[in-house]
Design a protein around this ligand. Structure first.
Ligand code: AHM
Ligand code: MG
Length: 338
């Protein structure tokens, strides 16, 4: 699609609902439940986008006075976003289990409001960037339950490859929602005047090789040898090629969004202090790995394909190396060699 202003004046706008309905029409058995679910997620994203934009004005910035299950400070926007998504997802009538970064236990939807989908999500990721107005985002992954009448913890402790959809919404200079329902990745930008997400980035494919690496280098003294070797090679390539550029925002959504569009690698490796890395498997690593593979990239934990991991706990963490095919291949070789 041509992103120019001229083409934007077309009248057959591909909204996210229309896109999901088109996808649905490929499955004659579909009853529209997924479209309804996505519409409720979209509502949550629009609400959070509006709250983020007004945060300074509304005096939402600041501590809410609570800690979340990881013992980290919760900010008001985190609390608000979590409430908004929980309410939207429950009222969709299409969910049965919800796992949020902000809730210690999985939430079992009451029987009268149950549907067949499980949603795992981080309502507002990148909270250290809230107060300075840097991009933050929402991350979500969707599974189907085995038995809608009897949802169990086993239904959420499943490998990421069994997700049926995943996405994120980035609250940045524009509000961008990136979604995969298992047949490629599409990006939608919120048109504030219409209140609709419009397809602006159809069929996103990550470049096979990238020129950017993205990591918190402050942790370098605690890295293992393969990670340290890889980053050394980004800066001082042994084959005489140009060094890679370093970009690190500290919001996974924004770092992954750039990686998807420009190529390169994003990593949050294991280190001596955090042997499992920092990022959470269910609602950070899995959805992003799903999107990355759908866009032609790879996601690796240092030991295996990220999407093959079977979680033991809902808030489990995992190291992650994710991005362009060739860049991840290089780090896989380094891990294989040690
Ligand atoms: P959060 O869920 O508390 O916001 O933490 C997750 C964020 C990611 O968005 C980001 O990739 C990472 O933490 C940055 O961590 P660090 O500050 O250690 O570099
Ligand atoms: Mg997070």
């Amino acid at each position: 699609m041509d992103h120019s202003t001229e083409s934007y004046h077309r009248t057959d706008l591909m909204t996210i609902t229309r896109h999901v309905l088109n996808e649905q029409s490929k499955h004659p058995e579909a009853r529209g439940d997924f479209t309804i679910l996505i519409n409720h997620i979209v509502l949550g994203c629009k609400y959070v986008c509006s709250a983020v934009n007004k945060a300074g004005l509304a005096k939402l910035i600041g501590l809410a006075g609570n800690s979340n299950v990881q013992g980290e400070e919760q900010k008001k926007l985190d609390v608000l976003s979590n409430e908004v998504f929980l309410k939207a997802l429950i009222s969709s009538g299409r969910t049965c289990i919800l796992v949020s970064e902000e809730n210690e236990e999985p939430i079992l939807v009451e029987p009268s409001k149950r549907g067949r989908y499980i949603v795992v999500f981080d309502p507002l990721d990148g909270s250290s960037n809230i107060d300075c107005g840097v991009s933050i985002g929402t991350i979500f992954g969707i599974y189907t339950v085995k038995d809608q009448e009897n949802p169990t913890l086993e239904d959420v402790l499943r490998p990421g490859k069994t997700m049926v959809a995943a996405g994120y919404c980035m609250y940045g200079s524009s509000c961008t929602l990136v979604l995969s329902t298992g047949s490629g990745v599409n990006g939608f930008t919120l048109d504030p005047s219409l209140g609709e997400f419009i397809l602006t980035h159809p069929n996103i494919k990550i470049p096979k090789t990238g020129k950017i690496y993205s990591v918190n280098e402050g942790n370098a003294s605690n890295w293992d040898e393969p990670t340290a070797k890889y980053v050394e090679n980004c800066k001082f390539p042994r084959d005489g090629s140009s060094p890679k550029s370093l970009r690190y925002i500290g919001s996974m959504v924004a770092d992954i969004h750039r990686t998807l569009l420009y190529g390169g690698i994003f990593m949050y490796p294991a280190d001596k202090k955090s042997p499992n890395g920092k990022l959470r498997l269910l609602y950070e690593v899995f959805p992003m790995s799903y999107l990355m593979e759908q866009a032609g990239g790879q996601a690796f934990t240092g030991k295996q394909r990220a999407l093959d991991l079977i979680p033991k706990k809902i808030h489990e963490r995992s190291p992650i190396f994710i991005g362009s095919h060739d860049d991840v291949e290089e780090i896989k070789e380094l891990y294989g060699a040690f």
